[in-house]
Write a protein of this length. Sequence first.
Length: 113
Amino acid sequence: MSEAYEAYEAPPFAVDVRREGGVAAVSLVGELDMATAPELEEALTGLEAGYERLVVDLSRCSFFASSGISILLEHNARAARDGFELVIVKAPPIVQRIFDLTHLDGVLTFRDA
């Protein structure tokens, strides 16, 4: 007798983009992986210029893959080059751990939710 294998189905993923004055905010909900990373990249590159601060909110992110880390690092370099501040709202502890283990908490600017 064999047990049926149930494939893992990731929870819905969403990217919310808001703009208020000089602040642009991109919030992630769910799992950011290779399949959903292009949505984050599109949201960040699609922002109209002119903001002074870009906030990426990971507080409702349940998984964050290395592809997302690459995107954040690219946009951190763009922030330094283009003169805006990139701030990342911390993810839940189980997700935030990847940033701590890779010492990116010393490269990227994090704040509590």
